[in-house]
Write a protein that binds this ligand. Structure first.
Ligand SMILES: [Cu+2]
Length: 428
C-alpha cells in the first residue's frame, strides 16, 4: 500500500462516504401523453413523466448514483453525453453498458466530469420504426459547474429542441410538430427577462435527425461555449446552427425591450412549433419575429489559429451511403466496421471525410476532440464531442487518447446510426 492509498483508505474510514451520504437520483422510463400545446398531444416515452427530463445541476468531481427503472415494454439505456466516464456506465450497449431490461432497474454510479453543458438521452437503436431512442422524449440537460465558469449572467435558461410524430418521407424522417422545452411556439410560458440583464441561454439540439438554426429576434447571441466547452473566441452571431446532439451556450444582453420570438429561422419549422416567447418586464403585445440576415455558420469563427503539434498517427474515416438507407465507415457498416485503434496517451489526427451529399453530426463518446481544420480552414481552440461534417466536405480534429476503454463513434443522426454509421474507438 502506498502512502497515498493509505491516506485514501484512512479518509474513507473516518468520513462518511460521499456516495453513501448522497441521495439516489431516480429516473423512471415510462410511456407518457404529453401536452405540447395548441390542442396537440403526443404519445411518447419520457423520464419521470416529463419532457425534458429532470434538469441536473452537478459539481465537477461530485459522485452521483442514478437509479433507472424501465417501466416501458422494451429494453433501453441512458447515455451520459459529453461526460468522461467509464464504458460500463457511459450508456452504450456496444461499449459494455448493460441494457435496462423492461421492468428492471439499473444503477449508474460515476464521478461527474468534465464541467459544462452536458445532457443525457436514450441510446436505444430503432431501425425504421422511429418509436424509440432519440425519437422519444427521453432526453434532459445536465449542467456541471466547474472551477472556471465562462461569462457572468443573471439568468440561466435551458432551450431544448425536439420534434414529434416522425415518418419516413423519401430518404429521411420528417416530423409534424416541433417544440422548445416540449411546448409549441405560443403554448408555453414566456421566458421573462428585464432590461439590462445578461441571460445565458443553453441551447441543446435534442433532435433525432434535424439540424436547427435558432435566432432571437431583435438580439444577437454571444456564443461562449460549444458542446459545453469554452471557445477560444466568443463571438456575437445572429443565428446559431446546431446539428443533433450539439449544444451552444449563448449570452444575450437584454437591451431591446419588447416581446420577441426565439425560434427556428426557417418559417416552416417555426410554424410547426419551434419557438419560444421572450418577454421583457412591462412589455405587452404580440410576440415579434424578425428574420435575421443570412450569415453562414462557421465553427472557425470561434477558434484561434495556432500551431498544432504533429500527431502520432492520422486516421482517415470515409463516410459513404450504401444501399437504400445504409451507411458505411471506410467501406464497412456496423457491426462489421473496423475499430479505430489508439494507444493511451497518443495524439491522433482524425479526418472525417464525408463522401456523401448529406451532412453528418458525428459524435465520439467519452472524449472531446479539438477542431484543427474545417472544410479547408485551419483552426484551434474549439473542443467538441459532436461535429457537423457537411456533404462532400472534410473536417479534421485532434484527439488525445486519454480515456482508455471502448468508446462509440457514430453519426448522431439516429437514422444514420441505426443504418450502420457506427464504429468503436479501441485502445491497444
Ligand atoms: Cu449521418
Amino acid at each position: 500500500m502506498t502512502r497515498r492509498d493509505f491516506l485514501a483508505s484512512a479518509t474513507a474510514l473516518t468520513l462518511p462516504s460521499v456516495a453513501a451520504a448522497q441521495d439516489v437520483i431516480k429516473l423512471r422510463i415510462a410511456p407518457v401523453t404529453l401536452d405540447i400545446g395548441l390542442k396537440h398531444t403526443v404519445r411518447t416515452i419520457a423520464y419521470n413523466g416529463q419532457v425534458p427530463g429532470p434538469l441536473f445541476r452537478w459539481k465537477e468531481g461530485q459522485n452521483v448514483t442514478i437509479e433507472v427503472t424501465n417501466d416501458s415494454d422494451e429494453a433501453d439505456l441512458v447515455h451520459w453525453h459529453g461526460f468522461h466516464i467509464p464504458p460500463e456506465v457511459d450508456g452504450a450497449m456496444e461499449e459494455g453498458t448493460p441494457m435496462v431490461e423492461a421492468h428492471a432497474t439499473q444503477r449508474y454510479q460515476f464521478t461527474v466530469t468534465p464541467s459544462g453543458t452536458r445532457w443525457y438521452h436514450s441510446h436505444m437503436g430503432d431501425g425504421h420504426n422511429f418509436r424509440r431512442g432519440t425519437y422519444t422524449g427521453q432526453f434532459g440537460m445536465a449542467i456541471v459547474k466547474g472551477k472556471y465558469e465562462p461569462g457572468a449572467y443573471d439568468q440561466d435558461i435551458p432551450i431544448v429542441l425536439h420534434e414529434w410524430e416522425p415518418s419516413l418521407v423519401g430518404e429521411e424522417p420528417a416530423y409534424k410538430l416541433q417544440t422548445i422545452n416540449s411546448k409549441m411556439l405560443g403554448a408555453g410560458e414566456p421566458v421573462k427577462v428585464k432590461t439590462g440583464q445578461k441571460v445565458l441561454f443553453r441551447i441543446l439540439n435534442a433532435s433525432a435527425t434535424l439540424t436547427h438554426r435558432i435566432a432571437l429576434a431583435g438580439h444577437t447571441l454571444t456564443v461562449i461555449t460549444l458542446d459545453g466547452n469554452a471557445v477560444a473566441t466568443p463571438r456575437a452571431v445572429l443565428m446559431v446552427e446546431l446539428g443533433p446532439g450539439e449544444r451552444a451556450d449563448c449570452i444575450v444582453d437584454m437591451k431591446a425591450p419588447g416581446v420577441w420570438i426565439m425560434g427556428e429561422t426557417r418559417d416552416a419549422q417555426r410554424l410547426a412549433g419551434m419557438g419560444i416567447v421572450i418577454e421583457y418586464a412591462g412589455a405587452t403585445g404580440p410576440a415579434r419575429w424578425v428574420r435575421p440576415a443570412v450569415h453562414p455558420w462557421d465553427y472557425t469563427e470561434f477558434g484561434a489559429v495556432r500551431t498544432v503539434a504533429q500527431p502520432d498517427a492520422t486516421v482517415r474515416l470515409e463516410f459513404k451511403s450504401v444501399g437504400e438507407h445504409g451507411w458505411s465507415i471506410n467501406g464497412k457498416s456496423w457491426p462489421n466496421t473496423d475499430p479505430i485503434m489508439v494507444k493511451a496517451g497518443g495524439r491522433y489526427r482524425l479526418i472525417f471525410d464525408n463522401q456523401s451529399s448529406m451532412d453528418h453530426p458525428v459524435h465520439l463518446h467519452r472524449h472531446n476532440f479539438e477542431l484543427t481544420k474545417v472544410v479547408g480552414k485551419p483552426t484551434g481552440g474549439v473542443f467538441k464531442d459532436v461535429v457537423m461534417v457537411p456533404g462532400w466536405k472534410a473536417v479534421e480534429v485532434e484527439l488525445i487518447a486519454d480515456h482508455p476503454g471502448p468508446s462509440l463513434f457514430h453519426c448522431h443522426h439516429q437514422f444514420h446510426m441505426d443504418m450502420g454509421f457506427m464504429t468503436l474507438l479501441q485502445y491497444t
